[in-house]
Design a protein around this ligand. Structure first.
Ligand code: 3UK
Length: 530
């Protein structure tokens, strides 16, 4: 592929020393290569989206994206303005997301499981012009669309958008954006504090699709791809949308929450060749398989991310299905996976090696590379790194250091050169691939009448998956009993998001602290491991 001076919206890929070189025409709107290219290249009749609601071809997808872009423009949403999306994994997600991008509008896709006050924060923080939501989520979203200052932000359901699309034109000249211009955001709940808007540019989806999806997984147009993680999570965003679209493959869509049963059902019905899931789901599927076999024979590629994949899950899955799960580490900030195992180079229990096109280094607190076998902070450099956190120069400066991005993860390289995850540098946990703040659980425990002090750390369960463990100082030591443990467990279960309750409770006389009174969670972690 070469481009002349007048060409627009083209990606130019040329051989390079360590990885292909990826360039873009000066005028570049990423909706063109992801959506329109397939029709232009003769794949118009190929199925883009499959769900229980039926099939949608690439020609239909391109027409609906154009219609939706026109509909959004008719609402007066301008170039660079944000459109908040609280949309489940349905075809409308694709129309709104890509229609917005084609029209130069910046879609901001967020978690569909939040409450009105969370949506109010996201509406205010993103300063969005409008919100689009799945009809079932109307109550929480419309309540959140009224800002604290009393301003009502335009909110419309996907039904209302589809109604506008009916009379909209099915062609749309793409907005003349640039490859380094803001394209879409995702929110990262990350460490303590409010979620941060992670700003990505038009280039970024192309980079992840070429480097990881095409380069490591080898997804092709003939593939049928099913991702159990949702599109608002950037792992699902890649696996369930951008990777298959880039290849012109078929996407299996399901708007239910991930569960072993949902996954088995989708796999048996639609026979995907590529499957994306998180380690906790792989583990639960293996447990469910003990009750009887399921037909997973269509799968040839299985990927995992979001939290470390324990080696026993890798081995059991391979025994059951014959397929090796490829674990890789990614983040919302890098958009997708940048260190990964690959089909011909796997070491279970590690994250593998850097994905060609990304550079990584492991550094000490002074920022100098650590020696062989030592643990340090993982830094990554690559062309899909987020431009910034929205409106948050302080966090941006702390995390994005020039071309390098601080992942907050602690890593070491083993003797064979594989990258081994040793946890986080900031006490945060990934539980079922979802962020879990020890401070949040500790604060909840402190609300319990019997608790004087509490500390929470991660501990590996029987399968090697990390779950929260609580250390509690009781107000009265004679309260220490199995009944109190049960009481506290129920208390946390009823008041925190489902995955956050501590699985273990240990009563202690005191917590290890610094002279300034800060809890030393690392000392408790060492105790947990012992
Ligand atoms: C942790 C892992 C060990 C790690 C993500 C793939 O998880 C994703 O994004 P988030 O922003 O969280 C990023 C953090 O999660 N992590 C992710 N994968 C692994 N730890 N082994 C792994 N394989 O702490 C990282 O910093 O929610 C994953 C693709 C896109 C993503 N956004």
């Amino acid at each position: 592929m070469t481009a002349n001076m007048t060409e627009q919206h083209k990606v130019i890929i040329e051989p390079g020393a360590r990885a292909p070189v990826i360039r873009f025409t000066k005028v570049f709107n990423v909706a063109v290569p992801f959506i329109d290219r397939h029709v232009a290249e003769g794949r118009g009749e190929h199925v883009a989206l499959r769900s229980t609601a039926g099939d949608i071809t690439y020609t239909q997808l391109a027409a609906n994206v154009a219609r939706c872009g026109n509909a959004l423009k008719s609402l007066g949403i301008g170039r660079g303005e944000r459109l908040l999306m609280v949309v489940r994994d349905t075809p409308e997600f694709f129309y709104v997301f890509w229609g917005a991008i084609k029209a130069g509008i910046v879609p901001v896709s967020v978690n569909t499981l939040l409450k009105a006050e969370d949506y109010r924060y996201l509406v205010e923080d993103s300063a969005c012009t409008a919100v689009v939501y799945t009809p079932e989520l109307e109550a929480e979203v419309t309540a959140g669309a009224k800002t604290a200052a009393g301003k009502q932000v335009q909110a419309l359901s996907t039904d209302a958008v589809v109604a506008l699309m009916r009379t909209a034109q099915d062609s749309l000249v793409p907005e003349q954006t640039r490859s380094d211009e803001d394209c879409f955001w995702l929110y990262s709940s990350g460490s303590t504090g409010k979620p941060k808007g992670v700003v990505h540019v038009h280039r970024d989806m192309v980079i992840t699709s070429e480097r990881y999806s095409a380069g490591i997984l080898g997804i092709k147009a003939q593939d049928v791809v099913f991702c159990a993680s949702k599109l608002f999570f950037s792992y699902g965003f890649g696996g369930g949308m951008t990777f298959p679209l880039w290849a012109g493959a078929t996407i299996v869509l399901c708007d239910e929450l991930p569960s072993p049963e949902m996954s088995f059902r989708m796999i048996e019905k639609f026979r995907p060749t590529v499957y994306f899931a998180v380690p906790t789901l792989y583990g639960r599927q293996l447990q469910a398989l003990e009750a009887g076999p399921r037909d997973l024979s269509s799968i040839r590629v299985a990927a995992s991310a979001g939290e470390a994949l324990p080696a026993p899950i890798f081995h059991k899955w391979r025994e059951q299905t014959g397929v090796s799960i490829l674990d890789g580490i990614g983040s919302t900030e890098v958009l997708h996976i940048f260190i990964s195992n690959r089909h011909d180079d796997i070491k279970p229990g590690t994250s593998g090696r850097p994905v060609p096109g990304y550079e990584v280094k492991i550094v000490d607190e002074a920022g100098n590379p650590v020696g062989q076998g030592e643990v340090g902070t993982l830094m990554v450099k690559g062309e899909s790194n987020a431009r910034c956190y929205w409106n948050n120069p302080q966090k941006t400066a702390l995390t994005m250091r020039g071309e390098w991005l601080d992942t907050g993860d602690m890593y070491t390289i083993d003797e064979q050169g594989y990258y081994v995850n040793t946890g986080r540098g900031d006490d945060m946990l990934k539980v079922g691939a979802m962020w879990c703040s020890p401070v949040e659980i500790e604060s909840k425990l402190l609300e319990h009448p019997k608790v004087r002090e509490a500390a929470v750390v991660g501990r590996a369960d029987d399968e090697g998956l990390i779950k929260p463990a609580a250390y509690v100082v009781l107000k009265r030591s004679d309260d220490a009993s199995e009944a109190t443990v049960e009481e506290m467990r129920q208390f946390c279960k009823s008041q925190l998001a489902g995955y956050k309750y501590p699985r273990w409770f240990t009563f202690v006389d005191e917590l290890p602290k610094t002279v300034t009174g800060k809890i030393q969670r690392f000392k408790l972690r060492q105790r947990s491991e012992a």
